[in-house]
Design a protein around this ligand. Sequence first.
Ligand SMILES: [Ca+2]
Length: 438
Amino acid sequence: MAGGVVLSNRSLNIENLKLPNFVVIFIDDMGYGDIEPFGSTRNSTPHLNRMAKEGMKLTSFYIGWAACTPSRASLMTGCYARRVGMDGRVCFPGEARGLNPDEITIADVLKTKGYATGCFGKWHLGDQPQFMPARHGFDYYYGIPYSNDMWRFHKLNKKYNFPPLPLLRNDEVIGVVEDGDDQAMLCRQFTDEAVSFIRRNKDRPFFVYLPHAFIHHPRFARQEFMEKAENETEAQIEETDWSAGQILKTLRELNLDKNTLVIFTSDNGGSSGTSMGPLRGGKGGPVYEGHMREPAIAWWPGRIPAGSVCDEIASTIDILPTFAKLAGAQAPTDRVIDGKDISALLFAEPGAKSPHDAFFYKAMGVRAGKWKFLTKGKGELYNLEEDIGEKNNIASRNPDTVKRLRNLLQQHVDDLEKNNRPAAFVENPKPILPFPER
Ligand SMILES: [Ca+2]
């Protein structure tokens, strides 16, 4: 070759030219204090300990909206759930509503760059064919379409008459979750499927979304975890730790660890039996930190500094813009996306700050820096730097701060009113499996 720059294979770092892989491990109903890196002394989580030691703990990491369905809608679209019409209650089996097929999900964005995309676990964004993972950018799906408690043993079964809880591979029903033994296998099955998908796609960029059914009630875990634990909750948490370990081990074995970003977090605050650590609140209810701040670990050896901690405000809504940036893909520009690229935080670039001047807790609260305001009652103001447990309402002493934050929240609520997109509804919805005769 004459002239120009000639690169030998030696000087050309092929690894750097590869698009990064992405894995999101999304636990159901895990609390802020349920794993050792976030202070648990009850549950043993060696794999997550190592993940944190090799990666970054995000200590002010929030979901985009509380509860299973809205939280998943936020994660998938990079938007607050009301923005995409998926706030309010969770989807039920055979319901007409689901995440609008017109929404652009993380998987859709990554597909534009040729990613293999797989979803392994609890979907919960509508169980009609129009709403399932295949219509939202996933090449492959293995899992349950909604919560593991939406089955015949649910306490409200008499009222709702839940159909059998199906296990799906793509759009095919391959099993039914009939009993506790079946429930106990869900973490293992989703993990094994995700690992196998990673192996099959090791030579091309991939996105693995692993939304576990664990640790949502009813709680059952495999025998080997039950034997070591004091109760089902501990066993389930420790099994999700095992699951994360399997994923990371597979990435190391395949030499993909230096080219894969893995994020571990939870979909909303912990339910009964879990720990929110120092935070107030838990699953459901109003909008204290324990409702929406989640344990979160980001791992990408060589890119994310080992053993780092980031306390800047970040959220699941940031995952779509961040992955888009890192993949060289275009995040949607024809609509409002609430999330922001947080790669500078993840890579601990000097002086990196949260891209969020304000973060919103549903449409009922706002955090700006250390200040947090809730509309609850006459209004509550907390200084999270000094009072992470939200014990001292100092609203009456700080009227100017209250006013500023109240305005920020009102602007956000007004904007959600003006710029929102609807959920989709189908006519004549049917459950995936027929309702049992009664
Ligand atoms: Ca949940």
